[in-house]
Design a protein around this ligand. Structure first.
Ligand code: UD1
Ligand code: UDP
Length: 382
């Protein structure tokens, strides 16, 4: 008679759109492996944008803390997360906890696990901008997680080197690629098999037929106020060109919505739309000639698709796209953004130089690698 060990219970904690996109491949890989019993706890730090991902990925969370409040402050959010996630950990009694990235949910999840002396494994470890206010508060969130993580799944050699430089034990650091590339491959295959999943942009595609599409996203807290106003100003000025159309799924944060609606509503060449679900956003990435963004995830997806990405930040924790030439930092000065976009639109050689598909962030097998490493780890412990 076989005496197979009981599967290890892995509590996977996330709460926002990008964490969900980057963790659904990990949840799927854990579910496919009999050595593990994944338990999914969502904080719902985001609500609608999280649910969009859960729905396409087919994840039904075991726990849903439903913490989102309109315009939540960082301290109220963090306090609620810490207490709520701690209670779930007490109930589930997991063997290990997985968090992803640098959100308030990830940081509070790691801290609650640490308070229970549970090993925390960090997906997308080692990203560093070197500036604690850019991005804010993410740079500190990920440093806090890095200071207590058991295993650090670094997407690239650069992020692994950042951890080594902070004296993290190299044996605990594994370069796996970024799971966002797994997610992108998965959704691309899904759309190819079922085009209706991304067909909702058809009216926009018809409206902007013949125009050069620029995809825009913006949500960073450090850009609230003047930064967002400058971004809106730049979008308005670029939209004055008759040959372009800007498609801008607007983040539901009221601080973002108000500025963008005030500055951009009703412009002929600008479509301010609701956040797209992942298949439709993948479609937009495909249609766009250029992405203009302050997002982390979009900086990783655009190079994989060969789309030049202009990053509206002062600094980035993802230098791989810059090094490869598909991403460029353009800050949040309106004149600079307009100049850089115009250069790409008007100079074919400059455009071609940036529009090369390559994969600095992985080959789409990160989740599988993470689960293999976790398997070795639980094997080592028993
Ligand atoms: C959060 C993360 C940020 C991540 C971003 C991804 C923190 C501190 N910030 O920022 O690291 O890059 O998510 O998008 O963890 N809202 C809705 N519906 C939603 C989602 C948000 O209405 O589905 C509105 C709510 O009013 C909410 C506000 O947006 O209060 C802000 O959400 P929050 O998660 O606090 O911050 P983000 O700016 O989204
Ligand atoms: N995304 C999406 N719909 C949108 C905008 C973005 O599905 O309307 C996806 C995008 O493909 C990427 C992720 O959301 O994978 C990025 O999330 P966001 O910019 O909110 O957060 P960040 O990556 O900056 O933390």
């Amino acid at each position: 008679m076989s005496t197979a060990a009981a599967p290890a219970t892995i509590l996977v904690v996330f709460g926002t759109r990008p964490e969900a996109i980057k963790l659904f491949p990990v949840v799927a890989a854990l579910e496919a492996d009999p050595r593990f019993r994944p338990v999914v706890c969502v904080s719902a730090q985001h609500r609608e944008m999280l649910d969009q991902v859960l729905s396409i990925a087919g994840i039904v969370p075991d726990y849903d803390l439903n913490v989102m409040q309109p315009g939540q402050t960082l301290d109220a959010l963090t306090a609620q997360l810490l207490v709520g996630l701690g209670k779930v950990m007490d109930e589930v009694q997991p063997d290990r906890v997985i968090v992803q990235g640098d959100t308030a949910t990830a940081m509070a999840g790691a801290l609650a696990a640490y308070y229970r002396k549970l090993p925390v494994d960090h997906v997308e470890a080692g990203l560093r901008s070197g500036n604690i206010y850019h991005p804010w508060p993410e740079e500190i969130n990920r440093k806090i997680i890095g200071s207590m993580a058991a295993l650090h799944f670094a997407p690239t050699a650069t992020s692994a080197a950042a951890l080594h430089a902070e004296n993290v034990d190299p044996a605990r650091v594994h370069v796996t690629g970024n799971t966002v590339i797994d997610a992108l491959h998965w959704v691309s295959e899904k759309i190819a098999a079922e085009p209706a999943l991304a067909a909702g942009l058809a009216p926009l595609e018809a409206r902007f037929a013949g125009k050069r599409i620029i995809g825009v996203t913006s949500h960073r807290r450090e850009n609230f106020g003047g930064g967002l106003e400058a971004i809106a100003d730049a979008v308005r000025r670029i939209a004055a060109r008759p040959d372009v159309a800007l498609v801008f799924p607007v983040h539901p944060n009221p601080n973002v919505r108000m500025v963008m609606n005030d500055a951009l509503a009703g412009l002929d060449n600008v479509a301010l739309i609701e956040p797209l679900d992942y298949p439709h956003f993948a479609r937009l990435l495909g249609l766009a000639e250029i992405m203009l963004t302050d997002s982390g995830g979009v900086q990783e997806e655009a190079p994989a698709l060969g789309k030049p990405v202009l990053v509206m930040r002062e600094t980035t924790e993802r230098p791989e796209g810059l090094a490869a030439g598909t991403a460029k930092l353009v800050g949040t000065d309106a004149d600079r953004i307009v100049t850089e976009i115009s250069a790409l639109l008007d100079d074919k050689a400059a455009y071609e130089a940036m529009a090369r598909a390559h994969n600095p962030f992985g080959d789409g097998t990160a989740a599988r690698r993470i689960v293999e490493i976790l398997g070795n780890e639980i094997g080592r412990q028993t």
